[in-house]
Ligand binder design. Structure first.
Ligand SMILES: Cc1ncc(COP(=O)(O)O)c(C=O)c1O
Length: 341
């Protein structure tokens, strides 16, 4: 069985009692009926989780579907869309599909972490007047979080919609969303969340957004009425009653993330950058045949490309943090490669 460390999934299976409760609930559902298109009980749980109102919540079949809804509602061909680069691959794909003018500002990896070009980004917000700004924090793939003060500056200068994508928020020490509990999300802001990462339910496909007042109703309009099926709804409702599960799995991942990072940094010429996500960005010397030997040993990593400045002698990898045993396997493989490079 290949070791999937390429999609930033949670390595911990959903606890059996949760899976059993989901199975039991599903078997009692009316398969012949559509779900309630307003998902009232699910929205209440999601609202309570963040100390926000149910009216601010929009549900989706994964965060990906919410992003697609955002693009379909707020981006027209030729509209500027502003992001950092690199960023989540869906932002590039959706910009392309929408015919948007995707403007990217490059992140640089320096020392131990990512450096975001904050000043030029704010200038671009004012100059380009983007229809949509997308900020993933922690950023995929660098793992770095954006300071809430910077996000606040982007929102203050933007005349349109700003997405704050906190898919990996549970793995960070602090989040932008936490600052709005009991207060409400600022107007034109959409905070994206998912069950796919710390909640360990990528296969279920459920994501949601907390939206400021002028984003919520256009997004509800863009949402097809029964976009979340009864199985997704049932599983989400049950797991949301167990916030200890994402908290415990995030705690384990965070601890392991740091020790794996240190082990990788001890290898000659290898670099693992500091991360707030459930993954690490690595810059490594590129030994001949590396991709092949990873595949032969059944390791699936996300290869992000070569570094042309070094004559392609280095490559970039995004490594998902797995279980302790899986990470021991990966470190064994890396240390063998480290000797070759
Ligand atoms: C930054 C970011 N946002 C959103 C998502 C979407 O996740 P999902 O569609 O599984 O909810 C991902 C998935 O990898 C991601 O990396």
């Amino acid at each position: 069985m290949p070791l999937y460390l390429d999609k930033n999934e949670n390595p911990f299976q959903t606890p059996k009692e949760i899976r059993d409760a989901v199975a039991e609930k599903i078997s009692g559902l009316m398969f012949n009926r559509y779900p309630d298109p307003w998902y009232p009980s699910l929205k209440r749980k999601l609202a309570d989780l963040a100390g926000l109102s149910p009216e601010s919540v929009v549900t989706g079949s994964g965060g990906d579907e919410i992003l697609a809804m955002i693009f379909s509602r707020f981006v027209r061909p030729g509209d500027p869309v502003l992001t950092f680069s690199p960023t989540f691959s869906e932002y590039y794909r959706l910009s392309r599909m929408a015919g948007a003018r995707h403007i990217t500002l490059p992140i640089h990896m320096e020392g131990d972490e990512a450096v975001f070009p904050a000043g030029p980004f704010l200038e671009a917000v004012e100059r380009e007047k983007p229809a949509l700004v997308l900020l993933d924090t922690p950023n995929n793939p660098s793992g770095a979080s954006l300071p809430s003060s910077f996000i606040g500056d982007v929102i203050a200068r933007s005349e349109s919609f700003v997405v704050v994508d906190e898919a990996y928020g549970e793995f960070a020490d602090s989040t932008f969303l936490a600052g709005f509990s009991g207060k409400g999300i600022p107007d034109r802001v959409i905070v994206l969340k998912t069950l796919s990462k710390a909640w360990g339910m990528a296969g279920i496909r459920f994501g949601w957004a907390y939206c400021g007042i002028s984003a919520a109703s256009p997004l509800e309009e863009a949402r097809s009425p029964f976009n979340v099926g009864i199985f997704q709804e049932a599983a989400a409702e049950i797991v949301l009653d167990h916030p200890e599960f994402p908290a415990i799995s995030a705690q384990k991942v965070k601890k392991l993330r740091e020790s794996v990072r240190q082990c990788i940094n001890a290898l000659e010429g290898w670099k693992a950058f500091r991360s707030d996500g459930n993954f690490l960005l690595l810059r490594i010397p590129f030994p001949e045949g590396m991709v092949r030997s990873a595949a032969e040993e059944d390791f699936c990593f996300k290869f992000l490309g070569l570094t042309p400045e070094t004559g392609n002698r280095e490559c970039w990898i995004r490594l998902t943090i797995g279980t302790e045993d899986e990470m021991a396997e990966v470190l064994r493989f890396f240390s063998l490669l480290g000797k070759k490079s």
